[in-house]
Design a protein around this ligand. Structure first.
Ligand SMILES: *[C@@H]1O[C@H](CO)[C@@H](O)[C@H](O)[C@H]1NC(C)=O
Ligand SMILES: *[C@@H]1O[C@H](CO)[C@@H](O)[C@H](O)[C@H]1NC(C)=O
Ligand SMILES: *[C@@H]1O[C@H](CO)[C@@H](O)[C@H](O)[C@H]1NC(C)=O
Ligand SMILES: *[C@@H]1O[C@H](CO)[C@@H](O)[C@H](O)[C@H]1NC(C)=O
Length: 332
C-alpha cells in the first residue's frame, strides 16, 4: 500500500514537473532542449516553463508581437532561434546579450522595419535570416566588426540600396541573398572582402548595370542569379575572376548586346548553366561575339533557341543561333 502511494506520488511529481517545464501550447523534445511552438494561439513570448537547458527554440505561425533580451536571458544555452511568421515589429539592441552561443537566428515573415544599432552584435551568429519583412534601410551598425556570418538572407524586403560598409564586415560570408528588393545599384565595392562567397542572389531588383570591379575578389563565386532586373549594360571584364562560376542567370533583363569577351572566363559553367532568355537582343554586327560563343557553347546554355532577336524588325523573333553569318553582317 505504502509503495503504491509512493509510486503515485512520484508519477504525479514527474507529471507536474513535465507540464511545468514545457511552455503551454508548445512541444518539448530531447529532454526539453528543443522547444517548438507551432501555429498556436500564443500572443506573448512563452516564458513560463521554458527550460534553462533549451538550445533550440522555434516559435512559428503564432501571434506574438515582441521578444526582448529579458525573455532570452532565461535560456543562456540557446543556439538556434527560429521565429518564422509571427507578428514581430521591432527588436531591441540588447536582444541577444544573454545568448552567447546563438548561431542561428531566423526572423522570416515578420513585420520588422527599422532595426537598431548593434542588434546582432552580441551573439556569434553564423546564419541570419531577415527574409520577407518590411526593412527599408540596412545599416552596417547592426553587426559587429568581426562578424562570423556565413549566411545572410535579406530577400523580400524594401531595400533600395545596401551599404558597402555592411557587406564589408562579412569576410566569412558564403551565401548572400538580396533578391526581391528594390536595389538600383551596388556601389562602393561591397563584395571586396567576401573571398569565400559562393552564392549571390540578386534576382528581382532594379539593377541597371553591375560595377566592373564588383566581382574582382569573389574568386569562389559558384552561383550568381541576376534574373529579373533592368540590366542593359555589362562591363567587359565583369566576370574575369569568376572561373568557378557554374550557374549564371541573366534572363529577364534589358540586354540588347554584350561586350566581346564577356563570357570567355566562365570555364566552369554547368550544362544549361547560363540563362540569357527574355532579353531584347539586337541582332546586328555587335551580336557576332555572342553568336559565335553560342555556337561553341550550346550545351552550357539554357534553352538556347529561346535567345531571340528583338531588333531589327526583319529578324524579330528569330533565334540568335539560327542566324547566318551573312544575316548578321548585313545588319551592321
Ligand atoms: C492570430 O490572431 C488572428 C486574429 O485574432 C486569429 O484569427 C488567428 O487564428 C491567430 N493565430 C493563431 C495561430 O492562433
Ligand atoms: C539541464 O541539464 C542538466 C545536465 O544535462 C540536467 O542535470 C538538468 O536536470 C537539466 N535541467 C532541466 C531543467 O531540464
Ligand atoms: C569597428 O570598425 C570601425 C571602422 O574600422 C571602427 O571605427 C570602430 O571603432 C570599430 N568598432 C569596434 C567596436 O571595434
Ligand atoms: C574556395 O573553394 C575551395 C573549394 O571549395 C576551397 O578549398 C577554398 O578554401 C575556397 N577559398 C576560399 C577563399 O574560401
Amino acid at each position: 500500500m505504502k509503495s503504491w502511494s509512493a509510486l503515485a506520488f512520484l508519477w504525479m511529481a514527474y507529471f507536474y514537473q513535465g507540464t511545468l517545464s514545457c511552455p503551454a501550447l508548445c512541444k518539448c523534445y530531447n529532454r526539453r532542449a528543443e522547444v517548438v511552438c507551432n501555429e498556436v494561439p500564443l500572443t506573448e513570448y512563452p516564458s513560463e516553463g521554458l527550460s534553462k537547458n533549451t538550445t533550440m527554440l522555434t516559435i512559428q505561425f503564432t501571434n506574438i508581437t515582441s521578444i526582448s533580451g529579458q525573455h532570452l536571458n532565461a535560456t543562456p544555452l540557446l543556439q538556434g532561434l527560429h521565429l518564422y511568421s509571427n507578428h514581430l515589429q521591432s527588436l531591441s539592441s540588447d536582444l541577444l546579450r544573454g545568448v552567447p552561443h546563438l548561431n542561428t537566428l531566423d526572423l522570416t515573415g515578420n513585420k520588422l522595419s527599422a532595426l537598431p544599432a548593434n542588434v546582432f552584435s552580441h551573439a556569434p551568429l553564423l546564419s541570419l535570416v531577415l527574409k520577407n519583412n518590411q526593412i527599408e534601410t540596412a545599416d552596417a551598425e547592426w553587426l559587429p566588426n568581426d562578424s562570423s556570418l556565413t549566411w545572410l538572407d535579406l530577400s523580400g524586403n524594401q531595400l533600395t540600396k545596401i551599404p558597402a560598409a555592411l557587406l564589408q564586415k562579412l569576410p566569412h560570408l558564403e551565401n548572400l541573398d538580396l533578391s526581391k528588393n528594390h536595389l538600383e545599384k551596388l556601389s562602393g565595392n561591397p563584395l571586396d572582402f567576401m573571398t569565400k562567397l559562393e552564392r549571390l542572389n540578386l534576382k528581382h531588383n532594379k539593377l541597371i548595370t553591375l560595377d566592373a570591379a564588383l566581382f574582382q575578389n569573389t574568386h569562389n563565386l559558384t552561383y550568381l542569379f541576376v534574373t529579373r532586373n533592368k540590366i542593359n549594360e555589362l562591363p567587359k571584364n565583369l566576370f574575369r575572376e569568376l572561373t568557378q562560376l557554374r550557374v549564371l542567370s541573366l534572363d529577364d533583363n534589358q540586354l540588347s548586346h554584350i561586350p566581346d569577351g564577356l563570357l570567355d572566363p566562365l570555364n566552369s559553367l554547368d550544362d544549361e548553366g547560363l540563362d540569357l532568355t527574355d532579353n531584347p537582343w539586337r541582332c546586328d554586327g555587335s551580336m557576332e561575339y555572342l553568336w559565335r560563343w553560342l555556337q561553341k557553347n550550346k550545351k552550357k546554355v539554357f534553352l538556347p533557341e529561346n535567345i531571340v532577336c528583338a531588333r531589327p524588325q526583319s529578324l524579330a523573333q528569330r533565334s540568335v543561333m539560327s542566324l547566318t553569318e551573312s544575316e548578321l553582317r548585313s545588319q551592321s
